[in-house]
Write a protein that binds this ligand. Structure first.
Ligand SMILES: NC(=O)c1ccc[n+]([C@@H]2O[C@H](COP(=O)([O-])OP(=O)(O)OC[C@H]3O[C@@H](n4cnc5c(N)ncnc54)[C@H](O)[C@@H]3O)[C@@H](O)[C@H]2O)c1
Length: 450
């Protein structure tokens, strides 16, 4: 099928590359000319494992452009995958969605086109996009197009895996024809009939991928409800970990004991600094804002947000309690990206923690394996020094905080690094370091759970 993707960010680019790999002809359009140039040269503007490899395999069926007329007219399906960042009041900023929908509408071809919201958009956005397109093409009852929602569940860092081998695909539309078109598009994924790339074999246990085919509003709500649920699972274990700390219980054992109940599951039950990233914060805020629009409240979701921001503050409180004075001290931060295997810094806890430490008079030396260039461009502060290696970040530091659990940090020679530090405090923000080993190496070991 002929497909267009509007927006080549983490979602749009991954979707475009995967659909081209599956055999569709894909044209990706982005307003960012620099990004498009990079993509045309076969390089990815973002760090995402296997993305460039798959781009190379799919290159015959994959084009990039800044020009809508080159992308849209022949498309049977147009995916909108532009950003929907939060406004200060929590509502998503829909200006990119509006611009994308209008530009696509102005270039619609004569054949039937399905316009798909892949961006995470508030409930009702499908209808809004439909009205934007209708007024742009000045056809009130046109059957040249239909609108659908196809929320995205990929996780940065495993985006290709999640797209080729998803837990489920959700499609929503009030048009049967649109649903059928999307079913045909996704058939190779649903039936897992494509040849798996050698670098990303199909999981042995994977059978057919379930399809949830719903109406527009349900598909839109599924995305928000799923993200809010994951967010509150994280906040729940963080809340329980504070109680565990007070009563002398081992939260790791508690989490295991809870998670082995099949109704609960072990994932997202790791206590730590809390969630970051571009989605959970904005999507929980948007869900609360939608509830308010209907004179409802969402106290559970609100509590998850409150607990999450408390976790970040606790990092600084723990350091302060241990070191007494932060003024004039140097703190090393290991990890800047909001999670391992991505360079995404949106809502990254590390940046907020760095700012809080600097406000209290500390100097911060920070490292990340892939997000340093982005960080240098996005956050420059006089007392924030970006370091090219973890060893450099820990040099002469009074304390080190493991913020992002990149595997390479677990393999550091912690014993000899202790000698290069001025102090000996290590705060494991992700519960991944071995307390006994750290204490044996001479560290004063702190964690988010004790
Ligand atoms: N990043 C994730 O992990 C993730 C996961 C699931 C869902 N989502 C949702 O998907 C959407 C996109 O997220 P993202 O992280 O890929 O965003 P992003 O910021 O990485 O990418 C958005 C892209 O859209 C481009 N763009 C903006 N306006 C445009 C226009 N009018 N025409 C063409 N291109 C335009 C931008 O230049 C940018 O390249 C958001 O709604 C997000 O909530 C994201």
């Amino acid at each position: 099928m002929n497909i267009s993707i509007i927006g080549t960010g983490y979602v749009g680019l991954t979707t475009g590359v995967c659909l081209a790999y599956l055999g569709h002809d894909v044209c990706c359009v982005d307003t960012d000319a620099k990004k498009v140039e990079t993509l045309k040269a076969g390089r990815s503007p973002i760090y995402e494992p296997h993305l460039e490899d798959l781009m190379a395999l799919a290159s015959d069926r994959l084009r990039f452009t800044t020009c809508y007329p080159e992308a849209i007219p022949d498309s049977e399906v147009v995916f909108i995958a532009v950003g929907t960042p939060p406004e200060p009041d929590g509502k998503p900023d829909l200006r990119y969605l509006r611009a994308a929908a209008q530009s696509a509408a102005e270039n619609l071809g004569a054949g039937f086109t399905v316009m798909v919201n892949k961006s995470t958009v508030p409930i009702g956005s499908g209808n809004w996009v439909e009205s934007l397109v209708r007024s742009a093409i000045r056809e009130r009852n046109s059957d040249r197009f239909a609108v659908a929602s196809n929320p995205e569940f990929l996780r940065e860092g495993s985006a290709i895996r999640d797209s080729l081998y998803p837990d489920r695909i959700v499609i929503g539309s009030d048009s049967e024809r649109a649903l059928e078109t999307l079913y045909t598009l996704y058939r190779p994924v649903l039936d897992q009939t494509f040849a798996a790339p050698t670098f990303l074999p199909r999981p042995e246990e994977l059978g057919a991928v379930p399809l949830v085919s719903a109406d527009l509003a349900s598909a839109e709500l599924i995305k928000y409800a799923a993200n809010a649920f994951l967010a509150l699972k994280i906040s729940y274990i963080n809340e329980i970990s504070q109680i565990a700390e007070k009563v002398g219980a081992d939260i790791t054992q508690v989490a295991k004991g809870i998670g082995l109940d099949a109704r609960i599951g072990t994932r997202f039950l790791q206590p730590g600094i809390g969630w970051g990233g571009s989605c959970f914060g904005k999507d929980t805020a948007a869900l609360i804002s939608t509830a308010h629009e209907y004179n409802l409240t969402a106290p559970i979701v609100q509590a998850a947000r409150d607990i999450n921001s408390r976790q970040r503050a606790r990092v600084v409180e723990k350091l302060l309690a241990e070191m007494k004075i932060l003024k004039g001290r140097t703190v090393a931060l290991l990890g800047l990206a909001f999670k391992p295997h991505t360079d995404d810094l949106r809502e990254a806890p590390a940046l907020e923690i760095a700012k809080k430490l600097i406000e209290r008079g500390a100097r911060v030396q920070a490292h990340d394996p892939v997000a340093l260039d982005r960080a240098r461009a996005e956050l420059a502060l006089p007392d924030l020094c970006y370091c090219d290696s973890p060893e450099q970040a820990m040099q002469d530091a009074d304390a080190v905080v493991l913020v992002t659990e990149w595997p390479q940090y677990l393999e550091l020679d912690w014993e000899s690094l202790r000698g290069s530090m001025r102090g000996a405090v290590v705060l494991d923000g992700r519960g991944v370091l071995d307390r006994k080993r750290m204490e044996k190496s001479g560290y004063r070991f702190l964690s988010m759970t004790s």
